[in-house]
Ligand binder design. Structure first.
Ligand code: HEC
Length: 511
């Protein structure tokens, strides 16, 4: 039986259990850029489909006289460009009319994204997430087994491999864990307090490129605005969310001493107080080092897309600083009056993946609005378009490309919600060398992308049945280790920001 067959059988068996599962938490509150507005645009686009298409094509659940457009085979056989050409020009000699006169290009692109999103939401979801331990997976270039190396983590977010074979793992509520090569887990004491709410908390962890000599460990985390007095906690009605307060991503480094304590902390990046916002979303904040050992990190636009195009704010940007927090002399906006000097690139929405390939190219992954998740190749000073262009559905955006804005190398509609990414450079899995691995949250998958210089030539989903995949690393033995968030017992329909138990899983190569 295939692993999907097994998952389906378990899903049936778990149906009864699920009926007693706690209700999922409330959906994210609409904010400045309007998740709510996004829903309204999707509703309008759905109405446009009803008005123009469903009479012949039917709907996700019904059959019309023309092919059903929500069919996964049809959708995977056609690129967005194919669909665009057909809808715009029609099919001569067939009943399919040309919509060039009736629908502006932007509405045709929105219809295409909407059809893909709708087809995905109509797809049956497994009601139960299986335990990955022991699962054997035969993928295109490598057979492997999943081995759980640690359990019981709360919403694990970042992972870094230590030279001694151990791992450092962050948990979003604010714990830094050290997991020894035998699986024994310890909590590092004295790590900085974090603001945990919705997307916010303790986020990424990375070790210094010269760790053996310096011992520095880098963390990204969210803090409340310094000096802000929290009001007394409100009395909440059932299902009501607590209010948010001004918060912001900061970057620190410190050392872990022999007693397992966090010491010598230095703050490397902290924004001016006016950049702290009460939005609870899109903090970034992946860490990476470039070939010269400089520290790169990402910060999301905090739910307001105008921030991404504004060089005066650190929000919606990738940043580059020296390891002591100083600004590199060749940063692209260093001499631009009013620009934040640490900015490396801009026009980003919520970047949560950063990785260099062997040739030194910097790859980035970011969450799109509804659809339009992106894999980008980063150029210093580049504008990646968020706020103006997107491949997804977003109120206020009607173009997919614009002069001076760099488009993605790959994008995903429906959404997969890419988080950590990594280029594999070890030699445990010969068929995977130089490939880009993408951890995806809502897609609940680990994806393998074959790179050829600046292009992606092939993609494969390695697994998608074990919960959200948050981040990954290569351990000292050359094994890929991934953080999985398993919403076991609560099905899969929770918001992305929900707190869930997590696992560390190792991919063990099989002949
Ligand atoms: C009057 C009926 C009619 C309407 C209205 C119509 N279509 Fe079609 N469409 C067809 C038929 C029939 C075909 C199949 C043509 C063939 O392959 O011979 C088709 C084919 C297509 C295809 C190609 C499917 C494939 O095989 O990949 C797409 C995409 C498509 N239509 C999209 C749309 C969209 C989007 C709308 C609304 C904006 C729409 N159509 C409105 C009749 C219609």
């Amino acid at each position: 039986m295939s692993r999907f067959g097994l998952a389906a059988a378990l899903a049936l068996a778990a149906g009864l259990l699920l009926a007693q599962a706690p209700a999922p938490s409330a959906p994210p509150a609409p904010n400045a850029a309007g998740f709510g507005g996004g829903r309204e645009l999707q509703r309008q686009t759905g109405q446009r489909f009803t008005d123009n298409c469903s009479g012949c094509h039917g709907t996700p659940g019904t059959v019309g006289r023309a092919p059903n457009l929500f069919d996964s085979r049809l959708l995977s056989a056609r690129s967005d460009e194919d669909l665009f050409r057909i809808i715009k020009a029609g099919i001569s000699g067939a009943e399919m009319p040309a919509f060039a006169e009736l629908l502006p290009d932007a509405q045709i692109w929105q219809l295409i994204a909407w059809i893909r999103l709708e087809a995905d939401s109509a797809r049956p979801r497994p009601a139960f997430i299986a335990d990955p331990d022991g699962a054997v997976i035969t993928s295109q270039a490598q057979k492997f087994r999943l081995k759980v190396v640690a359990r019981g983590l709360d919403t694990p977010w970042g992972i870094a491999a230590l030279p001694d074979g151990g791992l450092l793992v962050t948990e979003r509520p604010g714990r830094l864990r050290r997991i020894a090569s035998d699986g024994a887990m310890a909590t590092i004491s004295g790590t900085p307090a974090v603001w945990e709410r919705q997307d916010a908390g303790l986020m990424d962890v990375a070790i210094d490129p010269d760790y053996a000599r310096t011992g520095w460990v880098y963390l990204s985390l969210v803090e409340l605005k310094p000096g802000y007095q929290l009001p007394p906690p409100p009395v909440l009605k059932p299902g009501e969310r607590p209010p948010n307060h001004p918060s912001m991503t900061i970057i620190v480094r410190g050392r872990i001493n022999a007693a397992g304590q966090w010491v010598d902390q230095q703050t490397l990046f902290r924004s001016p107080p006016d950049r702290y916002t009460p939005s609870g979303v899109h903090y970034g904040s992946r860490l990476a080092f470039d070939a010269q050992g400089r520290l790169l990190f990402s910060i999301g636009e905090r739910g307001d897309m105008a921030n991404a195009q504004d060089l005066a704010t650190p929000l919606g940007k990738l940043h580059r600083i020296n390891r002591d927090g100083s600004i590199p002399a060749d940063n692209p906006f260093l001499n631009r009056p009013g620009a934040v000097p640490s900015i490396l690139s801009y026009g980003h929405r919520n970047p949560q993946g950063l990785a260099h390939d062997a040739a030194g190219n910097l790859w980035e992954a970011e969450h799109g609005p509804s659809g339009g998740d992106e894999i980008n190749l980063i150029r210093a000073g580049g504008n990646y378009g968020w706020g103006v262009v997107s491949m997804g559905i977003q109120p206020g955006i009607s173009a997919r490309a614009a002069p001076g804005m760099i488009g993605p190398v790959a994008y995903y509609t429906p959404t997969i919600a890419p988080s950590g990414i990594m280029v594999y450079r070890g030699n445990r899995y010969p068929g995977w060398r130089g490939n880009l691995f993408v951890a995806a949250l809502s897609g609940q998958q680990l994806r393998r992308l074959v790179l050829a210089g600046p292009r992606i030539t092939r993609q494969e989903i390695l697994f998608n049945a074990y919960g959200r995949v948050r981040a990954l690393a290569t351990d000292a033995q050359g094994h890929i280790v991934v953080l999985v968030q398993q919403p076991t017992g609560q099905g899969t329909g929770q918001p992305l920001s929900a707190a869930t138990p997590g696992l560390v899983v190792r991919l063990e190569p099989l002949p």
